[in-house]
Design a protein around this ligand. Structure first.
Ligand SMILES: [Fe+2]
Length: 222
């Protein structure tokens, strides 16, 4: 083998794949009315389902939980962070519910629930229970294989040019925060789902690390 031939071949390959890959992704964006991926809608639909499930087991007010779940991120329609999105979403939700004919008592309870759903960890349980339920449903969607798929798709846009090895590192780095999220669950069902999903994440991540190591015959580097 000639010296550095593999590096040279990789450069030649890259000079062809990069422009092609870029234009293929652009073609999809330009030819479709649909966004490549509507994270917020996808996330919110699942938060609604999870919130209803937990509310059912906790005797939570299903109407408050459902309305709050649908509107909890209304001020944050994309992936980018929005300052004080809890308070802003609560205000917008109030206007929407008023336009839909809800009375002030319900609107105020929904707004309170939405205002409290922020933050990735908790030091104490939220009250009333509807606030804790929404908080848990929102955070559960960041865990498990669903959480990983979200992270992988979103990072394709937010951190362009990622390789599988970068994704594997991103997954490993989520563990400390993931553990804290699990510890912030207070409802029995929330705790159960969170622990199960966290275990799935660790298994998925270790299998991915194994595949990268074995198939590429190289050590995982940080
Ligand atoms: Fe959310």
């Amino acid at each position: 083998m000639k010296d550095n031939i593999e590096r040279r071949l990789e450069e030649i390959l890259e000079s062809k794949t990069k422009p092609c890959s870029r234009s293929e992704w652009l073609d999809v964006v330009n030819c479709s009315e649909e966004p490549l991926y509507d994270y917020r809608l996808d996330h919110t639909r699942r938060v609604v389902k999870l919130a209803k499930m937990i509310a059912h087991t906790m005797n939570g007010d299903m109407q408050i939980v459902t309305l709050a779940a649908w509107l909890h991120d209304i001020a944050k329609p994309g992936v980018s962070n929005v300052q004080e999105h809890g308070a802003k979403s609560a205000e917008i939700a109030g206007d929407i519910l008023e336009s839909q004919g809800y009375d002030r008592t319900i609107i105020d309870r929904v707004k309170d629930t939405i205002r409290k759903h922020v933050g990735l960890t908790l030091e104490a349980q939220l009250y009333p229970i509807e606030a804790q339920i929404l908080w848990e449903a929102d955070k559960l969607d960041k865990l498990g294989i669903v959480g990983y798929i979200h992270g992988i798709i979103n990072s394709t846009r937010m951190d362009v040019g990622k390789r599988i090895e970068d994704i594997a590192k991103f997954l490993r780095e989520f563990f400390p925060l993931g553990k804290q999220i699990v510890e912030s669950m207070y409802t029995p069902l929330g705790k159960h789902i969170a622990q199960e999903r966290f275990n799935h994440m660790k298994e998925f991540s270790s299998r991915l690390d194994l595949e990268i190591t074995v198939h590429h015959g190289e050590e995982i580097t940080e």
